[in-house]
Design a protein. Sequence first.
Length: 400
Amino acid sequence: MQNKKTIMFCEGNIDGTIGGSYYSLLYLTRGLDKTKYAPVVVFHRDNALIPEYNKAGVRTLVVPSFDPILFQSNKIPLLSPIIKIVQKLANLFGYLFVYGNKYKKLLQQNSVDLLHLNNSIIRNNNWIVAASMARVPCITHERGINDHYPAISKFLAKRLKSIISISNSVTERLTEHGIDSEKIVTIHNGIDPDDVRLKVSDQDMLQQLKIGKDFNVIGVIGNIKEWKGQEVAVRAMRKVVDAFPKTVCLLIGDTSKEDIYYQERLKSLITELGLESNIIFTGHVKNVPDYLNVLDIMLHTSIDPEPFGRVLIEAMSLSKPLIASNDGAIPEIVEHGKTGLTFTPGDHDHLADSVISLLQDRDYAEQIGKAGFDRLMDHFHINVNVQKTESLYDEILTES
């Protein structure tokens, strides 16, 4: 019987909040061939998704992360610059080598054959050191479009066997910053449409939101953040409502304390434009698909490049017509005119015209929605993601 290979995964988030990387890792580890691989996932904090991993036959561990050392430099002002330098060096040593050694022992105790880091080359650097010390091949996901890659991260990236980029846009940013292109493999995120489960009917959802059945419903899904571009949708709504008065836009997502200023700005703008009856802030929602399901058109309005855009493929799983900012990885997901429409990032007039065009031609909107579902099945189904990832594992493990 073939010996299973132990793949250890590390989720580098240290505050326990559940983001897209948690779900991407859940879908990947759940889909792995368990006759070939024994997945073990390491978290640095307990979190609500751990039971889902365990239900999928994935072993989980919660391992402490490095806590930075803080010296009190204000007591001796003259020595403050020196103390800060010593503190920085002490933290670097503790992070890379003290905790690197701890993680090395964990790799050895679990007889790990391959270490897969789940976030970015600028995260989990001490795990790369640990893998090097334990002589375990190591790869990482790169899930972000970063403006800066520290020298230490670039140096340690040379120790990696491979870097899985979630889009060509991410790959381009990596190579622009001098990361070896031969190490990079682009594997798009994926989902199983069956995971996009509805708990409430669309009619009940509309009733909860107090929206009439004869209204057009469009919406933006994502926490209220400036770079997510909800302001673009708000400004576009003035023109949309002028053309179709019975239109409501849902802003679906929570607002952190740091982003309250932006929400207040949006509310002032809504009042200024006279859209109080046409825009609804939902706040935090427990089951996003229920809200996605009531949308006639799904909007993606980010003003900064998006490394992927998971919410787009979730919308595609429900055959929803898409209108999305034409930047970052979005053109890789949405084929303009075929599986959705794209618009110039930040251009609210362009967005409004796109919305109006789909509201005027419902047959075309339905057509691109169905084409989007077909594209999801062909390119962004989790099975495609898992197969490509397993092929990479096999290649690396064969070399090792």
